[in-house]
Design a protein around this ligand. Structure first.
Ligand code: FES
Ligand SMILES: [Fe+2]
Length: 389
């Protein structure tokens, strides 16, 4: 299908005062330094089997990701320093990676440990960059900042019986407008209207945002007295209750305790990692597993949500045309957030009462970026130790 050209290019930006360049996260940028001060998810654990190497792009930088045969995930520099080819095409041997061009071999620390055609003393002088990794909640995390990484895990495991399911979705726009969407509870009633999941004109809950030692605590209270607490960890993790993808097809438990994380690939693309706690009633494991596998089959056959979202923005399709898609909610989010432009133009926006959370979060980001720019200490964000009550 031909896709019409859409208005997804960054629009002209007014120079804005203050530390408000939240969008650019490449090396040396203020937002990039803030993001690199925290562990970032880089891949689902299940997508990196032992013995596999892959290219990795995050925050406009390229790396090599591989899992050694002992099962440990490793991140190394993108290129072999001999003549510069991409290491991800090489061979995993034990817990080392061998370059496919001339066979130089690197261990998990980036130290060159073998050079088949060179003098024995040369290898000891060659070392490439390596980055700390950890695994938690079905995801591989890496640390790309300076100095020692912060405490890990920075987010507590889910409590109680059940299993963890991780998913990842690609979004063709800047990560920050989607991180802002995490603070935007009101959008669900409109953006996600097509599938009939939400009432059309809801009562706005009363929301407050309080800065904490880990980030921001959002408290929302509806007119009937229901209170919901959602912790936001700086710079980019939300813990909240959201519908599961398969609930939308009637294939599983309807809502799940979840971590949502948006991570830049570069300034125009990002990935959305979701780690969810699936509570399955005792005795219903086999029934759930069968439904879940059926859902995964549906997903495998369906077109990627971001492609459909772009076609809707181009006017080739409507949301009604894709209402049967097994992850309609992501298409809807791609349409709403990608529709802001590849990089949203904040100089033109008109914020209102419902944007209080976005404003609060931007102020904190701005304050931290200013401290980084001025060489002053930033806030030492603490891990979330337990869910607030
Ligand atoms: S480029 Fe890697 S060994 Fe030559
Ligand atoms: Fe949404």
């Amino acid at each position: 299908m031909n896709v019409a050209v859409t208005d997804l290019k960054p629009r002209a930006r007014k120079a804005s005062a203050g530390y408000t360049d939240f969008e650019h996260t490449g090396p040396g940028t203020l937002a990039g330094k803030f993001m690199r001060s925290a562990w970032q998810p880089i891949q689902r654990s299940q997508d990196l089997p032992a013995g596999r190497a892959k290219p990795l792009r995050i925050m406009s930088e390229n790396f090599t990701l591989f899992r050694g045969e002992s099962g440990v995930a490793q991140v190394l520099a993108q290129r072999c320093p001999h003549r510069g080819t991409q290491l991800s095409a090489g061979w995993v041997e034990g817990d080392t990676l061998r370059c496919l061009y001339h066979g130089w071999r690197y261990d998990a620390t980036g130290q060159c440990v073998e050079q088949p055609s060179e003098d024995a003393a040369f290898a000891a002088k060659v070392r490439i960059a390596s980055y700390p990794t950890r695994e938690h909640l079905g995801l591989i995390f890496a640390y790309f900042g300076e100095g020692e990484p912060p405490a890990f895990p920075h987010i507590p495991a889910f409590v109680g019986e059940g299993r963890v399911e991780a998913s990842v979705e690609y979004f063709p726009c800047n990560f920050f407008q989607c991180w802002e969407n995490s603070f935007d509870e009101y959008h669900v009633h409109f953006t996600h209207r097509t599938g009939g999941m939400h009432p059309r004109y809801p009562q706005m809950p009363h929301m407050t945002y309080t800065e904490t030692e880990y980030g921001i605590l959002r408290r929302s209270e509806t007119a009937d007295g229901k209170v919901r607490l959602s912790p936001f960890l700086m710079p980019n993790v939300l813990r909240t209750i959201v519908p599961s993808p398969n609930a939308m097809q009637g294939h599983g438990p309807s809502v799940r305790d979840s971590y949502l994380m948006k991570v830049p690939v570069d300034d125009h693309n990002h990935v959305f990692f979701i780690s969810q706690h699936v509570r399955i009633r005792p005795g219903e494991e086999a029934v759930y597993e069968e439904k879940h596998l059926r859902y995964l089959e549906l997903r495998a056959k369906a077109r990627p949500p971001h492609e459909l979202g772009l076609e809707i923005l181009a006017g080739c399709l409507t949301l009604t045309d894709v209402v049967e898609h097994p992850y309609l909610a992501v298409i809807e989010d791609v349409v709403a957030q990608g529709g802001q432009g590849t990089i949203a133009d904040r100089s033109q926006e008109r914020l209102g009462r419902s944007d209080t959370g976005i404003i609060a979060m931007r102020k904190i980001w701005s304050r931290e970026m200013r401290a980084i720019a001025e060489g002053k200490p930033t806030k030492q964000w603490q891990p979330l130790l337990k869910m607030p009550e």
